[in-house]
Design a protein around this ligand. Structure first.
Ligand code: XMP
Length: 341
């Protein structure tokens, strides 16, 4: 990706030097995986945890195509989703695909447990563990499932296995349902293990998922909690959701959404002084982040025009109570990470 004509170089090597035909297509992948899933699962029951993101949704739709209602999806709604996204997941699965879906509203449980937690790893660990507990309870209620489906991608596989054979340093504890399969004695179904994100999107389109859903920016499992440094509570989540919605609305209106890998707002635990009309304000700072990337492993900042940023800042400050200052994050990855925690 970072080499001029890098793709062409590899293509020439693969096709002309090694003699490969290049006949790997998404339609063929879909058919092969469906056959493999049927073979693996037989007439067993499968449970799939939906995160609200693209990966688990594509995995679920593919598995449903393979085994129909032997699949039940469980959506643990931790109350840390973006504005309107939990509702979209439910209506997509129940409405458009008619896939059996259990929607667990666990917002209160998550908010209660996050009280007083400020350390990023402690937040991630609490959310990961609670997610698994809630999921396990629901799985038990459904009963009799021998298989657990996950939208694990190839970068997740690489990140958890280092090339030198030793464990790679944990930068952040990633949130997934790790540990659950052993605890519940379930076998894993992971049909996306060999795919990169762009390929998952292509598979999603192949399966008929709507473009706006498939093209969604990646969203981390711990959700808004890792975009609110310091203590997380419902009030702060609501403030962030409003700012984030305005930011993304402006990005879409400017036709920039697809040129960006991820864009989101962050709510800082810092208050600054401002002036609105004749009044002094003392409110929170909001940071805006937007990056380009190919796989999330490295990232560059997206160079917005100053006029775009000032439009977003003005709207956020005018429309969101609780925010009186907006900053733009100019940190690439490395040395920064994409998420703030
Ligand atoms: P970082 O912040 O490590 O993020 O540069 C790289 C990519 O991974 C996403 N991310 C996560 N995704 N669970 C996920 O499913 C997580 O716990 C998690 N943490 C970060 C992040 O949004 C970015 O796309």
């Amino acid at each position: 990706m970072h080499t001029p004509d890098g793709g062409k170089l590899i293509a020439n090597f693969a096709r002309h030097v090694c003699g490969l035909k290049g006949d790997w297509t998404m339609a063929e992948f879909r058919a092969t995986k469906i056959a493999e899933i049927r073979e693996q699962v037989g007439d067993g029951k499968v449970i799939c945890g939906l995160s609200g993101g693209v990966d688990s949704a594509v995995a679920a739709v593919l598995i449903h195509e393979a085994i129909g209602d032997q699949l039940t999806c469980v959506f643990v709604d931790h109350g840390l989703m973006r504005s309107g996204e939990a509702e979209q997941v439910v209506s997509l699965f129940r409405g458009s695909y008619n896939i059996p879906l259990v929607h667990v509203n666990a917002e209160t449980l998550f908010m209660k447990g996050l009280e007083g937690v400020t350390d990023p790893e402690a937040k991630r660990k609490f959310i990961g563990k609670t997610f698994i507990d809630v999921f396990e309870d629901e799985a038990k209620k459904i009963g009799g499932a021998a298989f657990l489906a996950q939208g694990t991608l190839y970068p997740d596989v690489i990140e958890s296995v280092s090339f030198t054979g030793g464990p790679s340093v944990t930068i952040k504890s990633h949130h997934n349902v790790g540990g659950l399969p052993e605890r519940m004695n379930m076998k894993l179904v992971e049909p996306l293990r060999e795919l990169f994100k762009d390929e998952v999107r292509e598979l999603g389109r192949e399966l008929g998922l709507p473009d706006v859903f498939v093209g969604r920016h990646p969203f981390p499992g711990p959700g808004l909690a890792i975009r609110i440094p310091g203590e997380v509570n419902k009030e702060r989540c609501d403030i962030l959701r409003k700012a984030d919605l305005i930011y993304l609305e402006e990005i879409r209106n400017a036709g920039l959404y697809d040129a960006i890998w991820q864009a989101f707002a962050v709510l800082l635990p810092v208050r600054t002084v401002g002036v609105m009309g004749d009044h002094r304000t003392y409110d929170n700072v909001c940071a805006l982040r937007a990056v380009t990337s190919t796989d999330g492993m490295t990232a560059d900042i997206y160079p917005f025009d100053a006029s775009f940023l000032s439009r977003v800042a003005t709207r956020i400050i005018n429309e969101v109570k609780g925010i009186n200052r907006v900053c733009y994050d100019f940190t690439s990855k490395p040395p920064g990470t994409i998420e703030w925690e």
